[in-house]
Design a protein around this ligand. Sequence first.
Ligand code: MN
Length: 384
Amino acid sequence: MSWTRRKFIGVAASLSLSARIPAAAGRLPDAAPGYRRIAVEEAFATPELLEDWRQFLARAKDEDPAFFSLYSGLLTSPGARNLRERLNDVGRGRIRVMDRWGVDMQVLSLTAPGVQLYPPKKGAATASEINTRLAAIVAEYPDRFAGLAAVAPQAPAQAAREIERAVTVLGLRGVLINSHTRGKYLDDRDYWPIFEAAEALGVPVYLHPNTPSPQMAEPYLDYGLAGPGWGFAAETGLHAVRLILSGLLDACPGTRIILGHMGEGLPFWLHRLDSRFDLFARADRTGRVKRLRKKPGDYIRDNFLITTSGMPWPPALMLAREVMGPDRIMFAIDYPYESSREAVRAMDEAPLSREDRTKIYSQNATRLFRLPPGPGAGQVEASA
Ligand code: MN
């Protein structure tokens, strides 16, 4: 038994952690791997917000059926209590899990669908409250947490102002939006001020999944398709392609968009997006596709970064590395929905060079989010 494991068992016993953390399976990660592990799509919630969503469930059955199909379990079932507690824990319990699996830092964001369920005024006000709270969490553990702001796209002008406040006043590192907002997509020009604000501040926009929008929900309701196994990627991948084809990235060429889940299918699809580009242009009702300066794949390589959240699978990682390059991939777990152990193990064991592994685990995130260099950062450079 390694020293790290003995130490963990001792700590767990003294803190009665065994009820909250699944039994150890597989080996613990190397405690001193020579690189930091920064996970960039890590979810939290507040008990008040979860209660608020519970109230919305009755109406959601008609208004937002995919949300209802996935979230009624998460919000009400006794079996998901542990998950709800983990979402709400942004202190020592979460840090113990990070320590156990060798995760140095989590970049936190409000869990989906964030404030995007609400009418504009309430959405904007809730986003501000959450961002202030998130800044306080980060201030308490500045070397373990950083944060991405929540905004309410349904109030675009306020959202743009809130991004500025979140970055310049609160020190948050970017913004995270959970795909569609009550069926509206961000390629609509009404929402471009959000991207203009992020571009001007030099911060990225994380386009996180949401359950399929009301207008595409119906075929996802059978078989439980609305969630992470399929519907999230279908919804968010569609959203990303809409953004690319809308001309947004010609208007705001400095925009950086992050996609989780190994790019929501786009790296795999990249060749076909380009090879059938003429058909997009021919069938386009908006007339915008013809005016694009580049092909879809060029925007994906120039403006997008992807993360490994929920995809602890080396074959997908190696394909993404091949088509996106090692500078455009970041490590993420999707805590607490996904296993930290699986995420770390897949990254530790993927057939990557030490240089690429270091980029994906920490260097790309440190650069993109302008995170403070962690302890041993100089050492990594020296030993790389
Ligand atoms: Mn997530």
